[in-house]
Design a protein around this ligand. Structure first.
Ligand SMILES: Nc1ncnc2c1ncn2[C@@H]1O[C@H](COP(=O)(O)OP(=O)(O)OP(=O)(O)O)[C@@H](O)[C@H]1O
Length: 276
């Protein structure tokens, strides 16, 4: 594939929040080795909402973990902002990750004994950092958590708990927020609301979000969708709609059932409609 698949994407002129070059990640050795990422080149533009999609086992979580410095790479390079994180010592990596990355997981990962407010500031408290009060207030208001701050997780709905998890990820104003299937445990209304908040975090708060999802409707909230297949970025789509994403995924599964030469293969985007 010539160059990075995101070189021509909208946002190519924006600064870079994270980048990988020839990123390869193998698990295991010998006959049981699995190539989870196969020489991936990717650039995540700052201030954009990027979704990562692909079949189960295509490498989505591995890509996210490698970009976030949570997992080592087998070869290739990864940068967070301007800093190359491949080759850093554990201590330096932990500090960079703590300062520059926020995470939202499918299972909200809140501490049950702490209030919402305490959960939100916990990572900063552990790091001995004082939150920027004005920023924290904006995050709390954007996520409409003001009147829930003194509740414990068990006293909150699933959607509210995930909003607290989002606020926790945004609290330190990280370079990059990674969300791994953040709507996976939410009913559709709470899921939609959460996606709306992630969108607002990008549009109104200027954050950068990378979200792994299986749901074309969720991916449609992003500015750009990256499609993974067998550890490679096989396509991308700007200004996605749920319909166009679904259609693209159908093409991919048809292509994997009918390899090149025996049927239609993946095609580049021509029909993505602009966001309304
Ligand atoms: N710790 C590990 N040890 C061995 N193999 C692993 C490990 N983690 C992931 N893999 C393998 O790497 C490949 C990519 O896995 P990954 O979890 O990144 O896929 P995914 O696209 O996120 O899948 P899903 O949608 O099912 O979560 C898979 O074949 C998986 O089995």
């Amino acid at each position: 594939m010539p160059g990075s698949p995101t070189d021509t994407a909208p946002g190519a002129a924006l600064p870079t929040a994270a980048r990988a070059a020839a990123l390869t990640k193998a698990f295991g050795t010998g006959e049981t080795a699995v190539l989870a990422l196969d020489s991936v080149d990717v650039r995540i533009a700052r201030g954009r909402f990027t979704a990562v999609m692909g079949p189960s086992g295509s490498g989505k979580s591995t890509l996210m973990h490698c970009l976030a410095g949570l997992d080592s790479v087998s070869s290739g390079q990864v940068w967070l902002g301007d800093t190359e994180i491949t080759g850093l010592k554990d201590q330096q990596l932990t500090r960079i990750r703590r300062d520059q990355v926020g995470f939202v997981f499918q299972s909200f990962n809140l501490l049950p004994t702490l209030t919402a407010a305490e959960n939100i500031t916990l990572p900063m408290d552990l790091a001995g950092r004082k939150p920027d009060r004005a920023w924290l207030d904006r995050v709390i208001d954007t996520l409409r958590l003001r009147d829930r701050l003194h509740h414990r997780p068990a006293q909150l709905s699933g959607g509210q708990q995930q909003r607290v998890a989002c606020a926790r990820a945004l609290a330190s104003r990280p370079e990059l927020v990674f969300a791994d299937e953040p709507t996976g445990n939410l009913d559709s209304r709470s899921g939609l609301e959460l996606l709306g908040f992630l969108r607002e975090a990008v549009d109104d708060l200027g954050q950068t979000v990378v979200m792994v999802t299986h749901d074309p409707g969720a991916a449609a909230h992003a500015d750009l969708v990256l499609f993974l297949g067998d550890g490679r970025i096989v396509d991308e789509m700007a200004a996605p709609t749920a319909e166009a994403v679904l259609q693209r995924m159908r093409l991919f599964s048809a292509a994997s059932l009918h390899p090149p030469g025996s049927g239609p293969g993946p095609v580049r985007d021509t029909g993505a409609e602009p966001r309304p």
